[in-house]
Design a protein around this ligand. Structure first.
Ligand SMILES: *Cc1c(COP(=O)(O)O)cnc(C)c1O
Length: 407
């Protein structure tokens, strides 16, 4: 891969993507106003919405290298027994694919509620194609024109894009220099910005650390005060995509749900469950929240195959989650070894580590890639993020990192 393609891949772009600076993008207009028949129609020739012009699509590079530790998937393959159960379940419904699926995915919601525990019932659970779609539906229902989403960056890079796509104004209140988030800062920001939706990622991506529940509670109470003062009554969304990897004793915001009808906890099967390819995310909240999302979801948004796959996987949850302990051990190993190499890894409650202390993170990214190890450059100077993979993958990462940093 040439240097330019690597840089483009790092920025999440396709090397051939149109950019506003690309002279080949210029539209050639005939005297009659028609578009000249160039070799092919370009994006800039189309009447794209103004807000989308010149933008690049979200997407971490999907490069064909041997060690891919850049998107926080569970890198362990689905165990054969679980794969067979999924194949069987999908096979069993195949003759019924002539019909639309259960719009209410009732069996799946029951299974998700059972998995979550905390006395939750199916009515309190909602699901969609990845927690990204759940977040999008939340913004469609509670955000929108004239409304604001408040987030605390650096955090998940999809939040501003989901806001944009739902015409919701994105407000970033930032974090402390060490990327922590205090209850005071969250509460003050809610008072100041009067948002309609607040998103708190716990554990946060890319930094990896979970929030104390007093931060979530402070956000909720600040929202209540805002509403009493005549402002919006904000929905408080806690994105717990990595909850299963939290260090022992880290409580989930699920424990705060009773009595807080505007609190939403989102989860996903893309990370601990090793099922990123199936696309299944979900939430737990007051049943009224699901009623709100029914107003914006597409008809039959969860395919019968998705429902069957997720249900079969949940029945085998113990087998699927068996790798979580190994991944946590590899994560802790990365933290220890990175510190030994003189770097500054953040405490992690997730399946990845945010490592600071690089003199030139972008150069290290390139050097690791040239050794067949793909990590994530999230664009924060001096930092890289690496997913805790299998023991062999982490061996390869640490070996490459040691070589790259050797004087
Ligand atoms: C990976 C991730 C998700 C999961 O997205 P899916 O659409 O469920 O695959 C959600 N939130 C954060 C912070 C993530 O890092």
């Amino acid at each position: 891969m040439d240097a330019q393609a690597t840089k483009a891949a790092q920025a999440g772009q396709s090397p051939t993507a149109n950019t506003p600076n690309d002279p080949a993008c210029a539209v050639t207009v005939h005297n009659d106003g028609g578009v000249a028949p160039l070799d092919r129609v370009r994006l800039s020739d189309l009447p794209l919405r103004q807000a989308l012009r010149g933008r690049t699509p979200y997407g971490a590079p999907q490069l064909d290298v041997s060690v891919r530790l850049n998107t926080n998937e569970n890198t362990h393959p689905v165990p054969p027994g679980v794969a067979e159960a999924i194949a069987q379940a999908v096979g069993d419904i195949a003759t019924g694919l002539n019909r639309y699926p259960d719009r209410e995915f009732t069996a799946l919601r029951e299974a998700l509620a059972d998995y979550l525990g905390h006395g939750l019932t199916a009515e309190a659970v909602w699901a969609a194609n990845g927690s990204n779609e759940v977040l999008q539906q939340l913004l469609q229902a509670f955000g929108g024109p004239g409304r604001r989403l408040l987030a605390f960056q650096p955090s998940y890079s999809m939040y501003p894009l989901l806001a944009e796509g739902t015409h919701t104004q994105f407000v970033d209140a930032g974090r402390a220099d060490d990327f922590t988030l205090s209850a005071e800062h969250v509460a003050e920001s809610i008072t100041r910005h009067a948002p309609h939706v607040v998103v708190l990622a716990s554990p946060n991506n890319p930094t990896g650390t979970a929030l104390e529940l007093d931060v979530v509670d402070a956000a909720y109470r600040a929202g209540e005060r805002l509403a009493v003062a005549g402002g919006p009554a904000p929905m408080i969304v806690v994105d717990e995509a990595y909850a299963e990897f939290a260090r022992p004793g880290t409580p989930s915001a699920l424990t705060l749900l009773p009595g807080r009808p505007r609190l939403v906890v989102t989860r996903t099967m893309s990370k601990a469950f090793a099922l990123a390819g199936a696309r299944l995310g979900y939430l737990a909240a007051d049943p009224a929240v699901a009623d709100a999302l029914r107003l914006v979801r597409l008809p039959y948004h969860l395919s019968a195959m998705t429902q069957a796959t997720a249900l079969a996987a949940l029945r085998q949850a113990d087998a699927l989650l068996q790798t979580v302990d190994q991944i946590m051990a590899q994560r802790d190993r990365i933290v220890v070894e990175a510190a030994r190499l003189g770097l500054a890894p953040a405490a992690s409650d997730s399946n990845f580590v945010f490592i600071g202390g690089f003199e030139d993170a972008s150069a290290v990214f390139d050097a690791l890639l040239s050794r067949g190890v793909l990590v994530r450059d999230v664009g924060i100077p001096g930092h890289l993020r690496v997913t805790a993979g299998t023991e062999q993958e982490v061996d390869a990462f640490l070996e490459a990192l040691t070589q790259v940093l050797a004087p």
